[in-house]
Design a protein around this ligand. Structure first.
Ligand code: GLV
Ligand code: MN
Ligand code: MN
Ligand code: MN
Length: 408
C-alpha cells in the first residue's frame, strides 16, 4: 500500500525544530539534556500529542509515541534522536524522528489501520557529545547499557546524567524495557559523501562499524620552557601529541575503512612558556571488523604507554564508549532494497560510518536503516544539508517499508 506524504509539513517541522538552539550562520546546538534539548523535546512531544498518539517517556528520558494497531501486537518503531553535537546541523537524527512522525500522520490522513501499532521515538543522548557513551538512551532501553551506570555518568560540564534529566524534567516513569518493537527502522542522512558522489538516491544500510572511544590522561611536571633542557623534561603535552600522531599512523597503516580521530585535547597549565604538566585527549577509532579494531586499540595503547614511559610521565586511560560492529537484519535490509526498487529510487547497499540508535536494537529485533544523501558529505557541521526531494524520498521509502512490515 502506498500513501502520500506531505513534504511541506515535514520541512516546516524540520525548520521549526532547527530554530531551537539555532547557531549564527546556520545549524544548531541542542546538547543532550540541555535547556535547548528540553525545548526541542517539548516541541516534538507537542506534535505527538496533536495527533493524539499515546506518548510514553521512560526513566532515562527516551520518548515514544504510539498509534495503536487493530491487533494486539508489538509496535513497528521508527526513530532516532533530536540531540545534536555543539556544531550540529538540522537533519542528523531529526530526520528519523520527524520522518517517522510524517509517516504516522500520513497514515492517519489516509485513514489506514495497521495490524501492528506504529510508533515514533526519540532516544536520549545519541550523540555522546555531552555525556559519553553515545547511543545512551537506546542502549539502556535495549539492555546493552546499564541504567544506573548511565545515570551516574558525568558530562563534560561536570553535571551527571541523572541531575541533567531532572534539571529539565525529562525523567519519565516508564521502565526502560517497556519498548519491545516487532521491528525498528531508522531513516538518517548519510553524513558522508558516497551517495551524492554517485548520484544514488538511497543508501540501504547493511550495518554499523565498531566504535572505540578512549580518553588518555597524562601526568608530567611543569617546568620553565626556556631553562629546562629537553632531556630533563616530563612533558605531558609531547606525549599527547605523540599519541595523536600515532592514531593517524594507525589509520594510514591499517588502511580504509580504519579511521582515527583526536577530537579533544587540552593541556594544563596551558601557558606559552610552561612545559605542560597535564594533558588529556580522546581518540575515536572505528572499523567494520572487530578483530582489526582490537588490533588498532592494542597498537594505540602500547604506543601510548611507551611514549609516556620514555618521557618519564604517567598515563591512565579510560574507555568512554566501545561498541562492536553490527549487521542489520538481512530480511529487513532486503525489504528496504525492494521498496526502493518499487518506488523507482536508485539505491546501493552500504555500511554506516556513524553510530546510530538502530545498532542498539539490532540484537533484539529486526532493525535496519535508510540513508539519504548529504550535500558535500558533511555532517556534525552547521552546513549539513539534504535537499527536500531527498528528504521526501527517504520518508516515502520509510512509509513503504513500515506499512509492509506493520501489515494493513
Ligand atoms: C555519533 O553520531 C557518532 O557516530 O559518533
Ligand atoms: Mn544521528
Ligand atoms: Mn550525529
Ligand atoms: Mn550518530
Amino acid at each position: 500500500m502506498r500513501i502520500e506524504i506531505n513534504t511541506e509539513r515535514l520541512l516546516a517541522r524540520i525548520e521549526a525544530l532547527g530554530r531551537i538552539g539555532a547557531l549564527p550562520g546556520g545549524g544548531c546546538k541542542r546538547l543532550a539534556l540541555s535547556a535547548e534539548d528540553a525545548a526541542g523535546r517539548a516541541l516534538v512531544t507537542g506534535w505527538f500529542c496533536d495527533l493524539e498518539l499515546d506518548v510514553h517517556t521512560d526513566v532515562i528520558g527516551n520518548c515514544w509515541a504510539i498509534r495503536s494497531g487493530h491487533k494486539d501486537l508489538p509496535p513497528l518503531v521508527m526513530g532516532s534522536h533530536i540531540d545534536t553535537v555543539a556544531t550540529g546541523g538540522l537533519y542528523d537524527g531529526v530526520l528519523g524522528v520527524l520522518g517517522g512522525l510524517e509517516v504516522i500522520e500520513s497514515v492517519i490522513d489516509a485513514v489506514i489501520e495497521t495490524e501492528h501499532p506504529l510508533a515514533v521515538a526519540f532516544f536520549t543522548n545519541e550523540e555522546g557529545a555531552r555525556f559519553a557513551p553515545d547511543m545512551m538512551g537506546s542502549g539502556v532501553s535495549q539492555g546493552a547499557l546499564d541504567l544506573e551506570e548511565m545515570l551516574a555518568k558525568v558530562g563534560i560540564d561536570g553535571v551527571s546524567v541523572a541531575d541533567a534529566l531532572d534539571g529539565i524534567g525529562a525523567r519519565g516513569r516508564e521502565p526502560v524495557s517497556a519498548l519491545a518493537p516487532c521491528a525498528y527502522l531508522e531513516l538518517h542522512i548519510e553524513q558522508g559523501p558516497v551517495l551524492e558522489a554517485e548520484g544514488t538516491e538511497i543508501g540501504v544500510v547493511t550495518g554499523v562499524q565498531g566504535i572505540s572511544w578512549t580518553e588518555f590522561a597524562i601526568a608530567g611536571r611543569s617546568a620553565h620552557a626556556g631553562t629546562t633542557p629537553m632531556a630533563l623534561r616530563q612533558d605531558a603535552g609531547a606525549v599527547a601529541a605523540g599519541i595523536a600522531i600515532e592514531a593517524r599512523a594507525i589509520a594510514r597503516d591499517f588502511g580504509s575503512p580504519q579511521v582515527a580521530t583526536v577530537g579533544r585535547m587540552r593541556f594544563a597549565p596551558d601557558i606559552v612558556n610552561v612545559v605542560p604538566e597535564e594533558a588529556v585527549l580522546t581518540v575515536d577509532l572505528r572499523h567494520t571488523d572487530d578483530a582489526v579494531l582490537q588490533a588498532a586499540e592494542t597498537r594505540l595503547f602500547d604506543t601510548a604507554e611507551a611514549l609516556a614511559s620514555d618521557e618519564g610521565c604517567t598515563i591512565t586511560r579510560r574507555s568512554l564508549a566501545r561498541f562492536e560492529p553490527v549487521s542489520f537484519d538481512p530480511d529487513l535490509v532486503g525489504q528496504i532494497a525492494e521498496g526502493a526498487k518499487r518506488l523507482g529510487l536508485s539505491h546501493r547497499r552500504m555500511p554506516s560510518g556513524a553510530g546510530h540508535d538502530a545498532q542498539m536494537f539490532a540484537p533484539n529485533c529486526p532493525a535496519a536503516m535508510i540513508f539519504v544523501p548529504s550535500k558535500d558529505g558533511i555532517s556534525h557541521n552547521i552546513h549539513e544539508y539534504t535537499a527536500p526531494h531527498d528528504l521526501a524520498n527517504g520518508v516515502r521509502l520509510l512509509a513503504e517499508v513500515a506499512l509492509a512490515r506493520a501489515g494493513v
